[in-house]
Design a protein around this ligand. Structure first.
Ligand code: PEP
Ligand code: MN
Length: 337
């Protein structure tokens, strides 16, 4: 961290700042120039309140040169983290595809979709049992019954399951769930992040509706700081001024985050676009961006879906996407997992 001191600051005030920094266990490097004085802080500055320093009367400017995330940082962990879900690997050149309905609606529905998407090459089944809906009057999900359906379909098909957790008290119900999803709306629910950080389950952490990449990585850091390093980031579009699409898919995040973090990053083109006919082109673009997997909503009868029908693919449309994804993967040195 570098602090630039105003030209008119007196030595006593500078000394006060230096001894305060010293009391935080950090070393300082002072460089006194003709017009300004610069203090470099050396050591672990993650706990330093940058806004507090900026607010000091003698401070002209402060810059963080170290990133505030440590456990998620590629600098301290150069190799890719590979998250293994029942033999299906995320990261390190492996590319699983997660598919399934937005919401679990019935056993027959989920079983039918699971069998179809599995035939096309999806290896992990998704389906929401607890649904974070914008309106309290919209379908809220089948809850515990939905979880039982997913677990039964997992037994029938052998597909691991991923489903969203909305509150900490439901964690015991998730014992047979293979991946816990933290949805966009809960990306900064810090108590929930800490709670899943104390589980031994892989976590799919979706990007918040208007979260910066750094905020998203800090949320991953919350999970990891409690001991769980199996975090899979999921880019699902962010809110912009554009309203022709539900969200704006930020694909530039993928190569950039691969530089910043060792965690695998998947793309959800369904929530990102909100329009089923955009799911194929966005899936192909996502593969090109270098992501480590896809999550796609598939429904047996999209017009009658209880949630997100407009963005859901029919199984035959999903199969078409997978045909092209399979052709592209070798070009980006990835293989289905
Ligand atoms: C979902 O996956 O069904 C979902 C609600 O996603 P998001 O949190 O990205 O909106
Ligand atoms: Mn959905």
């Amino acid at each position: 961290m570098i602090i630039t001191i105003k030209g008119n600051a007196d030595q006593k005030q500078i000394n006060n700042l230096l001894s305060w920094v010293d009391s935080m266990g950090l070393k300082t490097n002072l460089s006194v120039g003709e017009h300004s004085t610069i203090i470099g802080l050396v050591g672990d500055t993650t706990k330093v309140d940058i806004d507090l320093i900026r607010s000091l009367e003698i401070v002209e400017d402060v810059k963080r040169i170290q990133e505030p995330f440590k456990k998620a940082n590629r600098k301290f962990h150069p190799e890719d983290t590979i998250v293994d879900v029942a033999g299906h690997k995320f990261g390190g050149g492996f590319f699983p595809v997660i598919a399934g309905p937005c919401s679990v609606e019935s056993y027959d529905q989920v079983l039918y979709i699971a069998k179809e998407v599995k035939k096309s090459g999806a290896t992990i089944l998704r389906g929401g049992a607890f649904k974070p809906r914008t309106s309290p009057y919209a379908f809220q999900g089948l809850g515990e019954e939905g979880l039982d359906i997913l677990v039964n379909v997992k037994k029938e098909t052998g597909m691991p399951i991923v489903t969203e957790l909305m509150s900490e008290d439901k964690i015991p119900l998730f014992k047979d769930v293979d991946i816990i999803q933290i949805g966009a709306r809960n990306m900064q629910n810090f108590d929930l992040l800490k709670a899943v950080g104390r589980t031994d389950k892989p976590i799919v952490l979706k990007r918040g509706l208007s979260a910066t990449m750094e905020e998203w990585l800090m949320s991953a850091e919350y999970v990891m700081s409690e001991g769980n390093s199996q975090v899979i980031l999921c880019e699902r579009g962010i809110r912009t001024y554009e309203h022709y699409t539900r969200n704006t898919l930020d694909l530039s995040a993928i190569p950039l985050l691969h530089e910043k973090t060792h965690l695998p990053i998947i793309v959800d083109p369904s929530h990102a676009s909100g329009i089923s006919r955009l799911v194929k082109p966005m899936s192909l673009a996502a593969v090109g961006s270098g992501c480590d997997g896809l999550m796609i909503e598939v429904h047996n009868d999209p017009p009658r879906a209880l949630s997100d029908g407009a963005q859901s693919l029919r199984p035959d449309q999903f199969d078409d996407v997978m045909t092209v994804v399979k052709k592209l993967l070798p070009m980006v040195d990835k293989k289905l997992s």
